[in-house]
Design a binder for this molecule. Structure first.
Ligand code: UFG
Length: 328
């Protein structure tokens, strides 16, 4: 299939591009490179530098070839920034996605896979989270992602969009060959921060809150390997039918605490990784981990990486070989 991938130069997007190429698909990446990296794009895919806000650029691109589907990763993802500057998030994550859906509708593209998030559940009433738990995001980032799930659901009914929202838990790790990995600026995520301490780029990691109602007092998250996320996307687009809206949690089902991540990183790197206990970070739910039964049953997908040590090991291999991230 010929597949358009917006944000295909980003962390999750670039791994999905590789997964699509491995599965024999013809991939065109559309990315403005504001956060993505040209070097992360698989050489088998073509890269078009452009912005989703530029309707003409998208129209021209979609007119050139018969695209069978699109995957949409281009979005902002910093929860704290979304609280400070919500309109930035509504503009990019909502308005630009609506533009994209319009262009896909005009071009007759009906398969669409969307990066949604466990943040759409807000503070869920129970864990593990099944998809039928009411969604109630607690920050603008989560609101923008939920708004797009609604737009997809309504578009499926109105004009035959075949949409799949994949609600990721915490994307983690790097490609098995350590050639692509996580490079955000600024870095806000736990695992890369911990590994930057191991590399001597930071003095210590802060543990945001030790008084949560969890076994060791620190927040639990479901760290899903980025290559497992990629295989979920490939399954989703290959099986998507027109006029149907689907949604799946994509996680391992394991809750791993902040302390457990730091311990895993100490074991993998051999570095002491000093940690300072600090007050809670605003807006962090105590525990977020998936019940992945639905995606396992309906898509026949299951994660290959379930051991957190192994996941951290792949991230460490990437960080060691790319201590300054990508060169661009
Ligand atoms: N944490 C620390 N110290 C740090 C960084 C993070 O203790 O320096 C903690 C956080 O408080 C949290 C856990 O580590 O408990 C994971 O934090 P991340 O920032 O790595 O990830 P989040 O769980 O906050 O965010 C992820 C995605 C978001 C998504 C969110 C849903 O990155 O895009 O899950 O909750 F919105």
């Amino acid at each position: 299939m010929k597949i358009l991938v917006t944000g295909g130069a980003g962390y999750v997007g670039s791994h999905c591009v590789r997964g699509l190429c491995d599965a024999g698909h013809d991939v065109v990446v559309f990315d403005n490179l504001c956060h993505g990296h040209a070097a992360a794009v698989d050489s088998r895919a073509s890269l078009v530098r452009g912005d989703l806000a530029d309707a003409n650029a998208l129209r021209t691109l979609l007119a050139v070839g018969e695209f069978a589907g699109a995957m949409h990763f281009a979005a902002f993802l910093d929860v704290n920034e979304s609280v400070r500057d919500p309109l930035k998030y509504y503009e990019n994550n909502v308005i630009n996605t609506i533009h994209l859906l319009r262009r896909l509708s005009d071009a007759g593209v009906r398969r669409f896979v969307f990066s949604s998030t466990c943040a759409t559940y807000g503070e869920p009433e129970r864990c593990p989270i099944t998809e039928d738990i009411p969604q109630g995001p607690i920050n603008p980032y989560g609101h923008t992602k939920l708004a797009m799930e609604w737009a997809m659901r309504d578009s499926a009914a109105a004009w035959g969009l075949g949409g799949c929202a994949l609600r990721y838990f915490n994307a983690a790790g790097a490609s098995a060959d350590a050639t692509i990995g996580e490079d955000h600026d600024p870095e806000i995520h736990l695992i890369p921060i911990v590994l930057q301490v191991a590399l001597g780029q930071r003095e210590q990691v802060k543990i945001f809150g030790t008084d949560y109602p969890t076994p060791d007092g620190t927040c639990q998250r479901d760290y899903i390997h980025v290559e497992d996320l990629a295989s979920a996307h490939v399954r989703a687009i290959e099986t998507q039918e027109e006029g149907v809206f689907r949604y799946f949690n994509v996680g391992t089902g394991n809750g791993t605490s902040v302390r457990e991540i730091i311990e895993a990183a100490r074991a993998v790197t051999g570095h002491a990784i000093p940690a300072e206990e600090t007050p809670r970070r605003a807006g962090d739910p105590p525990a977020l981990y998936a019940d992945p039964t639905k995606i396992k049953t309906e898509l026949g997908w299951s994660p290959k990486h379930t051991d957190i040590g192994r996941i951290v090991e792949t991230a460490w291999a990437w960080h060691q070989s790319h201590p300054k991230g990508y060169d661009d």
